[in-house]
Design a protein around this ligand. Structure first.
Ligand SMILES: NC(=O)c1ccc[n+]([C@@H]2O[C@H](COP(=O)([O-])OP(=O)(O)OC[C@H]3O[C@@H](n4cnc5c(N)ncnc54)[C@H](O)[C@@H]3O)[C@@H](O)[C@H]2O)c1
Length: 254
């Protein structure tokens, strides 16, 4: 029996089979969960990727900046499952002008776009689905450690700092609903979002040498495993927490 037996999990953020969310969805199913996906943009592509999962899940359209789609999300999810036990937020986007060393010249408009999609969306998604979490549940979002600066990551780092704070406030406000909110802070992984960061290689190449456990930028499974664990009943008293899945990189000074 899997650790998610009987649970109903909504997973956002699948766009390719290298997406962290794809591996989370796969492992959720392997651990016994019923999965519903949301997809953004190229929906037919998401549907095609979804077919590769052990069981093809329904795919619902969701742009996290679209208030109408958010307002109708709970009803659309209800067509497939009668409630939700877990939500995976695996969404990030930053305009090119907000990355790659342009920190001092980035406009507010570009920063606002990054924050709307990468940060505020955790609140929007959580509140949109709260009516379906009648028995409590677990919300997990994907973080990239933001306690220090990195080359090229720029305003995405600021957006991730905001995401971490948003998760803590959600943990505070959703505790009374018995909903836990936690983050998995992953090391660099070669996904579509990562490829759009100019200079990502510079960031990624230093990781395996400094991480005490080493780090494989082509293997999203360790991060996905941590997400699945946090979705399960094995962290019943943990909320507002960040679990680092980065080979230990964050714990070393040099
Ligand atoms: N790849 C890494 O190195 C790494 C490391 C740590 C954390 N993360 C985080 O993991 C999460 C998933 O990223 P990934 O690396 O799997 O890349 P990915 O490109 O596979 O996933 C990013 C997802 O965000 C979605 N998205 C973008 N704009 C959206 C919108 N307006 N509405 C809804 N969805 C939208 C995309 O459709 C895509 O599915 C992100 O939050 C990312 O910051 C990534």
């Amino acid at each position: 029996m899997g650790i998610l037996e009987g649970k109903r999990i909504l997973v956002t953020g699948v766009i390719t089979d290298s997406s962290i969310a794809y591996h989370v969805a796969r492992m959720c199913q392997e651990q016994g969960a019923t999965v519903v996906l949301t997809g953004y943009g190229r929906l037919s592509l998401v549907e095609r990727i979804a077919q590769r999962l052990p069981e093809a899940p329904p795919v619902l359209e969701l742009d996290v900046t679209d208030e109408e789609q958010l307002a109708g999300l709970a009803d659309r999810v209800r067509e497939h499952v009668d409630g939700i036990d877990g939500i995976v937020h695996s969404i990030g986007f930053t305009p090119q002008e907000a990355l790659g060393g342009n920190f001092l010249n980035t406009s507010w408009q570009d920063v606002a776009t990054a924050m709307h999609i990468s940060t505020f969306s955790l609140k929007s998604l959580s509140t949109a689905l709260l009516p379906l979490m009648k028995d409590g549940g677990s919300i997990v979002a994907m973080d990239f450690d933001n306690s220090v600066t990195y080359p090229v990551y720029d305003w995405m780092g600021v957006a991730k700092a905001g995401l971490a704070s948003t998760a803590r406030y959600l943990a505070r406000y959703l505790g009374e609903h018995r909903v836990r909110v936690n983050l998995v802070s992953a090391g660099p992984l070669r996904t579509m979002a990562a490829r759009s960061i100019p200079g990502f290689d510079e960031l990624a190449d230093s990781w395996p040498q400094r991480a005490p456990l080493g780090w494989d930028t082509g293997d999203p499974e360790p991060a996905a495993r941590a997400v699945v664990a946090l979705l399960s009943d094995w962290f019943p008293a943990t909320t507002g927490e960040t679990v680092h899945v980065d080979g230990g990189f964050h714990s070393t000074g040099a």
